[in-house]
Design a protein around this ligand. Structure first.
Ligand code: CTP
Length: 397
């Protein structure tokens, strides 16, 4: 795992070179960032030496002027340890006035914070309110401070969690999808009318990308098949990315991967039709009055006799349904037609153009699970976790 360790100002910052050393021994790669104040407690050179990486102290000193954004792609998790009251206040209020607060504001992957401060500062109502906001609204996982003697001679809660506790927390889920092979499809396909014009579906690829990130950060291996997307996903070196254009190419890529797939997650929006004729040369507009369409294969249906025994198929259904019953009818019919094991359904109005979604997952045996409005990232977490559970059950049959 590639860990971005952000060190802020608490006396316990002196422990962070040791934390880096312990994480490196477990095979993790560490990039450190340290605030100006924390440099009174721990040396930049110590962190640099232990991590074998350049330490971020000021975004304006970085060679890459967009490092605070690009660090998202270079790392898998953000760990703020120790997190002082100041950084907690800044993050909870969206303030970006130094390297760490700016990086945190732009960070989209898994985020942890391990607070450390004097008991009164920890129990201060403003700190508690900010901590709650970070957990509930900004999706940070808290690594609770511990009780005991403090450096300031007070006794109480506020000590940085033991380094072993921090490591256990950030690595506990690390490998839960290890040894499971996923194929994920994402984005829209295109069908060409001529070299300049095409028809397509409306799909950003965000759900497929969130699903990939959830899998990779938990040790799963994936083939990621991507059509037209608005995402900029960094693929892990263990994984494979296949870029496709048309529905036929997507179908070929999916079928080629089936021998090597335990769970197929079909989040892509393949175009159902293609022009009967695709012209080699640009057609003059006066010659293009109508386009005859022919139907493409249904990719999921075509996997029926080709997938290996035990492969789990996850389908999606975004519908313009008005009621929950209407959504259920469309989704269950689709799941059965496509021979999928489960289908993730949502109403289009709940998802398009939003960072949130409201999904219901239907299963072949009539079970279903409805969720409240969740961020697309949380939806991805639920979908992958349920799919893995169902896949494991399928192996028992
Ligand atoms: N899908 C597929 N092959 C296609 C079209 C869609 O495998 N040619 C998959 C999608 O990736 C998705 C699921 O089928 O997982 C549902 O897609 P959707 O477009 O809603 O299904 P359609 O069968 O095209 O139904 P509709 O009539 O609603 O367009």
């Amino acid at each position: 795992m590639r860990i971005l360790l952000a060190v802020t100002s608490s006396i316990s910052a002196y422990k962070t070179p040791m934390l880096v050393s312990m994480l490196k021994k477990q095979g993790h790669e560490i990039i450190c960032a340290v605030t100006k104040n924390a440099q009174n407690m721990v040396g930049v050179k110590a962190l640099e030496t232990m991590s074998s990486n350049h330490v971020i102290t000021d975004i304006w000193q970085e060679d890459d002027v967009l490092r605070h954004i690009n660090i998202n792609k270079e790392t898998d998790i953000l760990l703020i340890a120790p997190a002082d009251a100041n950084i907690i206040g800044k993050i909870a209020n969206g303030i970006c006035d130094d390297a760490i607060s700016t990086i945190a504001c732009a960070y989209t992957k898994k985020k942890y914070f391990a607070p450390a401060m004097n008991t009164h500062m920890w129990l201060n109502k403003a700190t508690q309110k900010n901590v709650k906001y970070m957990i509930e609204e900004l999706e940070y996982e808290l690594i609770e401070p511990e009780s005991g003697n403090m450096a300031c001679n007070d006794k109480g809660v506020g000590r940085l969690a033991e380094l072993e506790t921090i490591i256990k927390k950030i690595t506990s889920n690390d490998n839960k999808y290890q040894n499971i092979k996923f194929t994920i499809t994402s984005g829209a396909t295109k069908e060409w009318i001529d070299p300049i014009r095409y028809i397509t579906n409306n799909s950003s690829g965000k759900m497929g990308a969130s699903i990939y990130e959830e899998i990779v950060s938990n040790g799963g291996i994936s083939t990621y098949i991507e059509g037209e997307v608005n995402t900029n996903l960094n693929i892990h070196s263990n994984d494979k990315k296949i870029k496709v254009d048309t529905t036929k190419q997507l179908q070929e890529a999916v079928l080629n991967e089936l021998d090597n797939t335990d769970i197929l997650i079909m989040a892509a929006a393949p175009l159902d039709f293609r022009p009967a004729v695709s012209y080699d040369k640009k057609v003059k507009k006066q010659n293009l009055n109508s386009i005859e369409l022919i139907e493409n294969d249904d990719i999921l249906a075509s996997t029926k006799d080709k997938k290996k025994k035990g492969t789990l198929i996850v389908s999606f259904a975004a519908e313009t349904a008005e009621t929950d019953d209407e959504l259920k009818n469309y989704a269950v019919d689709k799941m059965n037609r496509k021979n999928a094991d489960m289908i993730v359904a949502n109403k289009i109005k709940d998802a398009i153009g939003k960072d949130t979604n409201k999904i219901t997952i239907f299963f072949r045996d009539g079970r279903y699970k409805s969720y409240p409005i969740l961020s697309k990232k949380e939806c991805a977490k639920e979908i992958v976790s349920i799919a893995v559970e169902e896949w494991k059950n399928k192996q028992q049959l």
